[in-house]
Design a binder for this molecule. Structure first.
Ligand code: IMP
Ligand code: MG
Length: 178
C-alpha cells in the first residue's frame, strides 16, 4: 500500500468479482444486441477496459470526456464536453460506464444530452456514494455502494494521481487538505 492511502476499501479480488457480476447481468440483458459501451474519461478507463473484456455481445467502444461546471469538488448540473463520441448515437443502445456517482449531477446532465440525441441510455457504475446524491439518477447497474470517503485507484484520481493503483483506497485526509 502506498503512503497516501489510509486504508484499502476494495481489494483487487473484490473488484474482479464485482466486475464479473456486472458483466454477467449486462450479458443477459443485452443478449443479441449491438451495444455501445460509452466510456467516460478518464476515471472509467480502467474499470471499462476490464468490463468490456467480459462482454460477449457485439460491442462498440466509444469515449467521452466531460467536466462539470463548478468549482472544487462540488459539481453542478451543467457539463462541458471536452471530448465527444465519434459516432451517431441515435437509436443506439448506449451503456455509460462510469467510475463513481457522487452528487449525480454529471451523469444526470450526460443522460439528458444523450437522450436528446436519440440514444437508449442506461448506466453502469462501479461505485456509488448514495449519501452524497443531490439529483436522482436511474442507475441500472451498480457495483458497490461506498460511504462518503474520498477514494482513489482503479482509475479514480486525486489531482490526476493514483489512477494506476490496482485497488480502491481511502485517501489520507492530509493529502487533500494541504
Ligand atoms: P458527480 O457529478 O458529483 O456525481 O461527480 C462524479 C465525478 O466526481 C466522478 O466521475 C469522479 O470523477 C469524481 N469523484 C467523486 N467522488 C470521487 C472520489 O471519491 N474519488 C475520486 N473521484 C471522485
Ligand atoms: Mg469520472
Amino acid at each position: 500500500m502506498i503512503d497516501a492511502v489510509k486504508e484499502i476499501l476494495i481489494d483487487e479480488e473484490t473488484i474482479r468479482k464485482t466486475v464479473n457480476d456486472l458483466a454477467k447481468r449486462i450479458n443477459e440483458d443485452y443478449k443479441g444486441k449491438n451495444l455501445v459501451l460509452l466510456i467516460i474519461l478518464k476515471g472509467s478507463s480502467v474499470f471499462a477496459s476490464d468490463l468490456a473484456r467480459k462482454l460477449n455481445m457485439d460491442v462498440t467502444l466509444e469515449f467521452m470526456q466531460v467536466s462539470s461546471y463548478g468549482s472544487g469538488s462540488v459539481s453542478s448540473g451543467e457539463i462541458k464536453i471536452l471530448k465527444d463520441a465519434q459516432i451517431d448515437l441515435n437509436g443506439r443502445d448506449v451503456l455509460i460506464a462510469e467510475d463513481i456517482i457522487d452528487s449525480g449531477n454529471t451523469l444526470n446532465a450526460l443522460v439528458k444530452l444523450l437522450q436528446k440525441r436519440g440514444a437508449n441510455v442506461e448506466i453502469c457504475t462501479l461505485l456509488s456514494k448514495p449519501s452524497r446524491r443531490e439529483v436522482q439518477v436511474d442507475v441500472k447497474y451498480t457495483g458497490i455502494e461506498i460511504p462518503d470517503e474520498f477514494v482513489v485507484g482503479y482509475g479514480l484520481d486525486y489531482a490526476e494521481k493514483f489512477r494506476q493503483l490496482p485497488y480502491i483506497g481511502i485517501l489520507k485526509r492530509e493529502v487533500y487538505t494541504n
